[in-house]
Design a protein around this ligand. Sequence first.
Ligand SMILES: Nc1ncnc2c1ncn2[C@@H]1O[C@H](COP(=O)(O)OP(=O)(O)OP(=O)(O)O)[C@@H](O)[C@H]1O
Ligand SMILES: [Mg+2]
Length: 424
Amino acid sequence: MILFKFISTGFLEPPEQRSSVLKSQKMIPQQYCYPSLFIYGHRSSGKSHVVNVLMKELELPHTTVSCVECISAALLFEQVLLSFFGCDAAAQLPRSPSISDFVRIYRQQSSQFPAKQTRFIVMEKAELLRDADANLLPALLRLQELVDDNVSVVLLSEIVWDKFRPNTGCFEPLLLHFPDYSKGELQQILSKDCHPSYSAEFYSSYINILLGVFYTVCRDLRELRHLAALNFSKFCEPVAAGKAKETETHKLWKNIEPHLKKAMQTVYLREVSSVISLSCKGLSAHTHVELPYYSKFLLIAAYLASYNPARTDKRFFLKHHGKIKKTNFLKKNEKTSNHLLGPKPFPLDRLLAIFYSVVDSRVAPTASIFSQISSLVTLQLLTLVSHDDQLDTPKYKCAVSLDFISAISRTVNFDIVKYLYDFL
Ligand SMILES: Nc1ncnc2c1ncn2[C@@H]1O[C@H](COP(=O)(O)OP(=O)(O)OP(=O)(O)O)[C@@H](O)[C@H]1O
Ligand SMILES: [Mg+2]
């Protein structure tokens, strides 16, 4: 509850006031904390930073687990037991432990070493938990009850809870939104990086100029900090050369302006390149391409519909397709790769047929599929191809690359290459 009280009263305050709110909290450490907290907000909105500072300043027993690093649940269990109870506890885990193994060992240990105050498990990049074993997330959300210990799980995510919640239902965590930093808050935070050889006012006026140029195109604190460090030496040049005084803002502005404009072009380049590299890595870190679960399958279905000849659908997607001769299926003279020809348009019903076929073994789709299709069009991942003669049946084309769709497929454990005619 302390964490909640602090955040609910504290984090909307400008950074300087946050720590005073923090110190003014009356701590009742023995009290049980809410079983799970779900903290969400865009990239660089300070989720990790605020939680880390809180844990350290209040000296709360905690362990921070990165879901990127803990690629298996076993690693997660090991890290939690290790940091709360030591290596002997962690060593008790069997090979490929189940959640109940973890719960059993945790219970044993916590009955020997009961918590004097809440133990926190902070899960970074929690959105990756959606790709883990379906029981893991519901178990973490009510771990407190399962292990009968004063433990609380804090999930940090870029994705809102509504898109996160498993559709089988689960314990509802306490939700906390981290809004993006305002321009004023960014100014305060960035001004703290002030250079030792210059005054704080001088650095602050530099940040003011920098934000004036970049704020409209980039609000990412990490990116802005990088830009500030990159261009500061240029800003100081006239002062260092004795050509201007620290207070001659106008002169300094004239000098730095062309450099910042040039750097502006690389902001776009950097953003583009980071999108591309992420699309190969697994996408999860990028808000703009993070898709809801079913949309991922819709996009996969659209990709298959765009690159497979329609006549091969039966072979790929009908479970009991009877006898389809392999020679008929693989027409030897059909030499051209569909990938070289580019995506072909397909009608909506074909998309849905493939979609239900690839998604069926997992869960019955309940989400509103049509609105997700139009979102994919808005995101320009699908293109609507209009045909004058066929007003009633819309046709679509898939607009993403093989790398992109492979990365999407990996996040839902779908082996797309197995379903692509070109790669048979
Ligand atoms: N209030 C703050 N004061 C100083 N630095 C901050 C503050 N908030 C964030 N930062 C810095 O900005 C960077 C991004 O913040 P942070 O890592 O907390 O973002 P995040 O919300 O966890 O983002 P992501 O979703 O990418 O994990 C970090 O380097 C952090 O130290
Ligand atoms: Mg973070």
